[in-house]
Ligand binder design. Structure first.
Ligand code: CAA
Length: 263
């Protein structure tokens, strides 16, 4: 492990090119409060400032990924305060979505409400078989507040998203896999290892190319296909300014293996 930092609710560690943020609020099943969002902002700045980082993993301690936004913090909010809370959470999640490197949600248990929304803003979701997913907010008298009404339909389709959000149903990990909410399932014991294998596979690729691909996919999903194709072409062309492209292609032609420098 090259570095380790412990906040009150988050542990952040980096090994090689991979950083991990582990949410550590087990008393409330890792429910998200304002302090945790502030800590997320600090942790994301640390990740952004370390040029060595190529992948970020987000996970939780014990039996929960995140059991939602903290209901005890929300119970007495008025309209204005609720707007500020929703905006803050959504801003942090958007920051994760737009982080320059890929983010993998390693879902070790409950991913409910704000926890499901946290998983949704990550690029890739790997879940253990014990994980549970759902948006139970309407059962608390509210809508989802950290962008699930926007991201869930984009990921699983409008019909399934509406069903899950209107009924507040909790689904198991296999169903989440079946509907495309998660990319991959593992046992609880193998979750960390399987997540690291995928992170390592990403970290071995040319990092600028991976980051350009992330930008192209994110921007392209929010626009028409003609504009999206133009966005991709510009990123594709940009890769030809990098040393990694020259080295990667030359190594292929010489039947050699290359290690990418991120330059
Ligand atoms: N907020 C605050 N505290 C929470 C919490 C949450 N979202 N989820 C769990 N906790 C707390 C419980 O109150 C309990 O605390 P105490 O020990 O002090 O009583 C502790 O975590 C353990 O929880 P349970 O005893 O309930 O554990 P369980 O294993 O019996 O049940 C559970 C687990 C099914 C996840 C259940 O805790 C639960 O339903 N949690 C709430 C899930 C939820 O509704 N999430 C959506 C929140 S709203 C939201 O997220 C809004 C938004 O989009 C912005």
């Amino acid at each position: 492990m090259t570095s380790y930092k412990k906040f009150k609710f988050l542990n952040i560690y980096t090994e090689g090119h991979i950083s991990t943020i582990k949410i550590n609020h087990p008393k409330a099943l890792n429910a998200l409060n304002t302090k945790i969002f502030h800590e997320f902002n600090r942790a994301l700045t640390m990740v952004e400032n370390d040029n060595n980082n190529r992948v970020l993993i987000i996970t939780g301690v014990d039996k929960s990924f995140v059991a939602g936004a903290d209901i005890s913090e929300m119970v007495n909010l008025n309209q204005e305060q609720a707007k500020a809370f929703g905006e803050f959470g959504s801003e942090v999640f958007r920051r994760i979505e737009l982080l320059h490197i890929p983010v993998i949600a390693s879902i070790n248990g409950f991913a409910l409400g704000g926890g499901c929304e946290l998983a949704l803003c990550c690029d890739i979701r790997i879940a253990s078989q014990n994980a549970k997913f759902g948006l139970p907010e309407v059962g608390l008298g509210i809508t989802p507040g950290f962008s699930a009404t926007q991201r869930l339909p984009r990921l699983v389709g409008t019909g399934k998203a509406k069903e899950l959000i209107y009924t507040g149903s909790i689904i198991d990990a296999q169903e989440a896999l079946d509907i495309g909410l998660v990319n991959k399932l593992t046992t609880r014991e193998e979750l960390e290892e399987e997540t690291l294998i995928m992170a390592q596979k990403i970290a071995e690729q040319a990092p600028i190319a991976v980051q350009c691909a992330k930008k192209a996919i994110n921007s392209g999903m929010d626009t028409d296909i003609e504009s999206g194709i133009e966005i991709e072409t510009n990123h594709f062309a940009h890769c030809f300014t990098t040393k990694d492209q020259k080295n990667g292609m030359q190594a292929f032609l010489k039947r050699e293996k290359t290690t990418f420098e991120g330059k």
